[in-house]
Design a protein around this ligand. Structure first.
Ligand code: UDX
Length: 434
C-alpha cells in the first residue's frame, strides 16, 4: 500500500521505516528541510539502534523516501499517518495539538480519493473527532476516515517493539477503514499478533491508560524501595517475589531515580488533565506524578547524605545522563534535576554519557564533560550512576577505586551488588538494598 507519514521524529521515522520493511511504499514528510536532506543521505538524526540500516536498506530498495513537499505524498496515499509531536503545553500540562491540527488541515487540502487518516501520535481522548471535524469542514465532499492507531514503542527498542508488538490497537468505526488497517499490518497479522479493533476514543484512552499504568508501576516499586531501605529488605528480591505472580508480571519493577523520557512525564500529565476536565480525576496518576517529581530531588539528597551531608567544593562524577540507556534522549531525564541540585549545594559535577552529552550540553550548565568513565571519575570524591548503560556494568573496579579521591559509589540503578562493592572497599549506596 502507499503510506504517507507526517513527522519524522522517533515515532514517524521508526513507523515509516518499519512499514516500508513490511513491503509498503512509504513517503515520510517533514517541514524541516535540513532533517529531510540528511535523511535522504541516509543520515539518522536520532540515536535508535538499527534504525540507520533499516532506513538505508529501504531507501535503496525504493520503498522509503523523504520529502518536504506533502502534496504528491498525500494525494496518492491510501493511508496518511499523523506522527507529529504532541508536547506538553507550557504551564498547564495539556498536550499541545498545534502540529496535529496543522497536519489535519494540510491533509484536507491535499487528499484525493478515499483516504484513511491515522493519528499515530499520542493524542488526548477526542482528538480524532477534532481531526475529523477539521477535514470535514474543509472538504465536505471528500471520502475519508479518521482512525486512531497509538504506538507502544520504547526508545532504544523501537524497531523490535514495532515489528513484534504485544498488540496493535486500532480505533476505527467504519469497516472500510478497518480493512485498510488490516492490510497495513498484514505481516503482523500473519504471525498471530493480536489486532484490537475498537472505537476511536477507546483507542486513544488505551494509550494513556497503558503509559499511566506503567508509570504508576515504576513509582510503586520506587516507593517500595524506600521502605526496603527503612526496614533492611532488598527491593530486587521483592520485585522478583511479586513479579513471578503473572497478574503482576516482572517487567517495569526496577527501582531507580524515577521515570523520565518524552512519554511518561507528558502522558501522565495529559491523562490527569483530561480526567480532571471530565470530572473523573485519576488520583493514582496524580499521586504518581507528584511522587515521581519529588523522587528526583530525593535522589540528590541521597547523594549528599552519602558524602556526609555536605558536598560543597566536592567533585562528583556522574555516569549516565540520558533518561534510560540506548537513547540520546535527555527529555525529563532524572539527571536534569539531580545535577543542578548537587551544584546548588556547591558540588562540582563532571559527567560522561555514551550518547547523551551533545543534548545535555544545552540542558546543563557548568558541567565538565569527560571522554569516558575512567576519565570522569579521576580524582572525584564520589561517582554516581544515573543511567544503566551496558558499558557501565563491568567497569574495572580496582582502577575506579584508585582513580577516586574517596571510594564512594552511589548507584541509582542497582547496577552493582552491595557485597561485591563492600569487598572492594567502596562505601556503596544503592536503591532499596541494605
Ligand atoms: C515508554 C513506554 O514503555 C512505551 O510503550 C511508550 O510508547 C513510550 O513511553 P520509553 O519512554 O521510551 O517508553 O521508555 P521506557 O523503557 O518505558 O522507560 C521509561 C522510564 O521509566 C525511563 O526513565 C526508565 O528509566 C524508567 N524505568 C523503566 C524504570 O525506572 N524502571 C523500570 O523498571 C522501567
Amino acid at each position: 500500500m502507499r503510506v504517507t507519514m507526517i513527522g519524522t521524529g522517533y515515532v514517524g521515522l521508526v513507523s515509516g521505516a518499519c512499514f516500508a520493511d513490511f513491503g509498503h511504499t512509504v513517503t515520510c514528510v517533514d517541514k524541516d528541510e535540513g532533517k529531510i536532506a540528511r535523511l535522504q543521505k541516509g543520515e539518522i538524526p536520532i540515536f535508535e539502534p538499527g534504525l540507520g540500516a533499516l532506513v538505508r536498506d529501504n531507501v535503496e530498495q525504493g520503498r522509503l523516501s523523504f520529502t518536504t513537499d506533502p502534496s504528491a505524498a498525500i494525494r496518492d496515499a491510501d493511508a496518511v499517518f499523523i506522527a507529529v509531536g504532541t508536547p506538553s503545553r507550557r504551564g498547564d500540562g495539556h498536550a499541545d495539538l498545534t502540529y496535529v491540527y496543522n497536519a489535519a488541515e494540510e491533509i484536507a487540502s491535499l487528499m484525493n480519493g478515499y483516504t484513511v487518516v491515522v493519528t499515530k501520535s499520542t493524542v488526548p481522548v477526542g482528538t480524532g473527532d477534532e481531526v475529523e471535524a477539521i477535514i470535514k469542514k474543509k472538504r465536505p465532499d471528500a471520502e475519508f476516515a479518521v482512525v486512531s492507531n497509538p504506538e507502544f514503542l520504547r526508545e532504544g527498542a523501537a524497531i523490535s517493539d514495532f515489528k513484534r508488538p504485544d498488540r496493535v490497537v486500532v480505533g476505527a468505526d467504519d469497516e472500510r477503514a478497518r480493512e485498510v488497517m488490516r492490510d497495513l499490518y498484514r505481516p503482523l497479522f500473519l504471525n498471530e499478533t493480536p489486532i484490537i479493533f475498537t472505537e476511536r476514543r477507546t483507542s486513544e484512552l488505551i494509550k494513556y491508560a497503558a503509559n499511566g499504568f506503567l508509570a504508576m508501576k515504576i513509582t510503586f516499586i520506587n516507593e517500595i524501595a524506600d521502605l526496603c531501605e527503612a526496614v533492611g529488605a532488598n527491593v530486587q528480591e521483592v520485585a522478583r517475589g511479586i513479579g513471578l505472580d503473572n497478574r503482576i508480571g516482572k517487567k517495569f519493577l526496577n527501582a531507580g531515580p524515577g521515570y523520565g523520557g518524552s512519554c511518561f512525564p507528558k502522558d501522565t500529565l495529559a491523562l490527569m488533565k483530561t480526567a480532571r476536565d471530565h470530572k473523573a480525576p485519576i488520583e493514582l496518576i496524580e499521586t504518581t506524578v507528584r511522587v515521581n517529581t519529588a523522587r528526583k530531588q530525593k535522589m540528590a539528597q541521597k547523594i549528599i547524605d552519602a558524602l556526609g551531608g555536605n558536598v560543597s567544593g566536592k567533585t562528583i562524577a556522574v555516569l549516565g545522563l540520558t533518561f534510560k540507556p540506548n537513547t540520546d534522549d535527555m527529555r525529563d531525564a532524572p539527571a536534569l534535576d539531580i545535577v543542578p541540585a548537587l551544584q546548588d549545594e556547591g558540588a562540582k559535577v563532571r559527567a560522561f554519557d555514551p550518547e547523551g552529552m551533545e543534548e545535555a550540553k544545552h540542558m546543563l550548565k557548568d558541567v565538565a564533560f569527560a571522554s569516558g568513565p575512567y576519565d570522569c571519575v579521576q580524582d572525584a570524591d564520589a561517582v554516581v550512576f544515573i543511567t544503566e548503560w551496558d558499558q557501565f556494568r563491568a567497569l574495572d573496579l580496582d582502577r575506579m577505586k584508585k582513580a577516586l579521591k574517596t571510594p564512594v559509589v552511589i548507584d541509582l540503578r542497582n547496577i552493582y551488588r552491595p557485597t561485591e562493592m563492600a569487598a572492594k572497599g567502596f562505601r556503596y549506596v544503592s536503591v532499596g538494598r541494605p
